[in-house]
Ligand binder design. Structure first.
Ligand SMILES: Cc1cc2nc3c(=O)[nH]c(=O)nc-3n(C[C@H](O)[C@H](O)[C@H](O)COP(=O)(O)OP(=O)(O)OC[C@H]3O[C@@H](n4cnc5c(N)ncnc54)[C@H](O)[C@@H]3O)c2cc1C
Length: 481
């Protein structure tokens, strides 16, 4: 097994974790859910080993090198209402590197209006909910006056939905929007603009429960809830390097390139965790791996309906990376209508590019393009960028490449809610974490972190230990776990 960077910061003895009461916990999977679980357990005084199959931490949110360029596998953003992910950033000492904009401001460009190119903005004011969006909606140029009024009425109806109502998950968001007077244009120019990026599905394919969760929490809870945050450094700096430093300081033994192959109950009633060349004994195991891997590792009887995990579908996200020889986009990001281009982000600074500008196009719901050759994508997207960003017209494209994440998120389809298990299994000492578990959130960093704290809280409860430093906003996990 590759020994991870197990050096302990702060002059602690290397075997300090062995002295801790509460037994030994093994966390499988070093994505955000697993890192969170490991930190939360270690913070509560449990001895923890974190096992990750890949050479780095961060799971689906990572960076890699392409020559001098540091590239994120996919643009990641979060909202101010993502209290768990923000706690995580704080916990690893990364909050200042991924700040939230001071006030929601999203430029929305439609290049094809009869009167010419039209730039609208989704902004908020410093007014109470729902007035904070009133001015922005009233002046949003991509909808007619009647459509804007109907959007306001639908938003109020959405606000009235009870997220605890199980029937919401049986309906699709698109049908609900149509039934509440939303035109196809309103769905495209407003609801899907937000929904596709946060749910990775168009409204017609999304569970009303998950959509209501996103819109109620993001747009209708607190005036600042939807302010957007994103990393000004590569994701790997946060989710790998700083996460690793925090784990080391907390006394977690972290092993990368260490894939768990099986899991079984040992003769003491604890767990034997098998990795190539070694068996780890543990009192507590948290599987923080994707749903299919969790299904394959779960022992018989651990869940009533383990096949549900295989019923949770996945959805792809494609990122298109374009390096221009000059600055072509003046804002940090932009979204657009009437074009295949969804969200465009300026990645220049974070990537370390010295000259020109690096744009990343984040393309959710990419089912139809995820396997397309780079040449075909180039032929489609460069002209689109010329249409959207006039300054690209005389610019030279220095590099063009794509990153494909075929299983970027779980598919937020109607009915998915009943397939998502909570943190507890029927096997004592065995827990589940991952963005796909029953957090109530779509597949996001927020969901991953929430699931990790939920699993840690459930494990600590069973060990009869206090929740340590786990913050209050996780209270609902006491019930969910
Ligand atoms: C391109 C892209 C864009 C995204 N955009 C956003 C966004 O803007 N905002 C947002 O909030 N979210 C976004 N997401 C979603 C977000 O990245 C994920 O929801 C989150 O990172 C999932 O974390 P996780 O820990 O639950 O799972 P994962 O990240 O999948 O982690 C699971 C880990 O388990 C490891 N593993 C699997 N099997 C084993 C084994 N047998 N032994 C040991 N280790 C194992 C894997 O290697 C992996 O590291 C995006 C995702 C992608 C791919």
């Amino acid at each position: 097994m590759t020994q991870g960077n197990g050096t302990r910061d702060g002059g602690q003895p290397a075997d300090v974790s062995a002295l801790r009461p509460g037994g030994h916990a093994v966390v499988v999977g070093g994505g955000l859910a697993g890192v969170t679980t490991a930190l939360a357990l270690a913070d509560a005084g449990v001895r923890v080993t974190l096992l990750e199959g890949r050479p780095r931490l961060g799971g689906l949110a990572f960076s890699f090198q392409r020559g001098d360029l540091t590239v994120d596998n996919g643009q990641h953003v979060y909202l101010r209402c993502c209290t768990a992910y923000r706690w995580f950033l704080d916990r690893i000492g990364g909050a200042a590197l991924a700040p939230v904009q001071s006030r929601l401001d999203v430029p929305v460009l439609d290049p094809d209006r009869p009167e010419g190119r039209r730039l609208g903005r989704l902004r908020r004011d410093a007014l109470p909910v729902p007035l904070h969006l009133g001015r922005s909606l009233a002046t949003y140029p991509h909808l007619s006056l009647a459509e804007r009024a109907r959007v306001g009425r639908a938003a109020l109806a959405l606000k009235g939905l009870d997220l605890a109502d199980p029937t919401l998950d049986t309906q699709d968001f698109g049908s609900w929007l149509t039934a509440h007077g939303q035109s196809a244009r309103a769905i495209e120019a407003l609801w899907d603009l937000v929904g596709v990026a946060t749910l990775n599905a168009v409204a017609g394919d999304a569970s009303l429960a998950l959509a209501a969760m996103v819109f109620k929490t993001g747009l209708l809870s607190d005036p600042g809830a939807a302010d957007i945050g994103w990393a000004r450094v590569p994701l790997g700096e946060l989710h790998d390097r700083l996460a690793r430093r925090a784990l080391d300081s907390a006394g977690v033994r972290t092993e990368v390139r260490t894939r768990v192959t099986s899991l079984c109950v040992n003769e003491n009633g604890g767990w034997s965790v098998q990795v190539p060349g070694e068996t780890l004994e543990a009192d507590t195991v948290v599987l923080a791996v994707p749903q299919r891997e969790a299904h394959d590792l779960l022992p018989d009887g651990a869940l009533d309906a383990p096949e549900n995990l295989l019923g949770i579908g996945t959805a792809p996200i494609l990122n298109i990376h374009v390096i221009y020889d000059r600055k072509v986009l003046a804002t940090p990001f932009l979204t657009a209508l009437g074009t295949p281009v969804q969200w465009v982000f300026d990645r220049t600074e974070a990537s370390g590019l010295k000259e020109g500008q690096y744009l990343a196009l984040s393309q959710s719901t990419a089912q139809h393009e995820i396997d397309e050759p780079v040449a075909a994508l180039r032929e489609r997207y460069l002209p689109e960028l010329e249409r959207l960003l006039p300054r690209t017209r005389g610019a030279e494209v220095k590099d063009f490449f794509v990153t494909r994440e075929r299983t970027a998120t779980f598919a937020p389809a109607p009915g998915v809610g009943r397939l998502r298990p909570g943190a507890r299994t029927k096997a004592p000492g065995l827990y589940l974490a991952g963005a796909w578990t029953a957090t109530g959130w779509p597949a996001t960093m927020e969901s991953a972190v929430r699931s990790g704290v939920g699993a840690a809280a459930a494990a600590l409860g069973a060990l009869g230990r206090s929740r340590g430093l786990l913050p209050d906003f996780f209270e609902f996990f006491e019930e969910a776990a």
